[in-house]
Design a protein around this ligand. Sequence first.
Ligand SMILES: [Zn+2]
Length: 73
Amino acid sequence: MRDERMHAASICLEPTESKQMPYEPPVECPLCRETLELDQTLETHLVGSHTQREVARYLASLHERVQPRSVSN
Ligand SMILES: [Zn+2]
């Protein structure tokens, strides 16, 4: 009896729509704020559209921003 009920519930919890690919939000390049195409990864964009120096500078500025600047104390 109990098994029968669980089986029915599991069927109800499996809508066919869930088998579609999950929606992925578009990726935005943190350097130029450009929205990447769906088949393009951030890495591909960085390599193709930005120089090593640009990426390095961005990472460096990001790293510096993370560090606390409370020198007054
Ligand atoms: Zn970019």
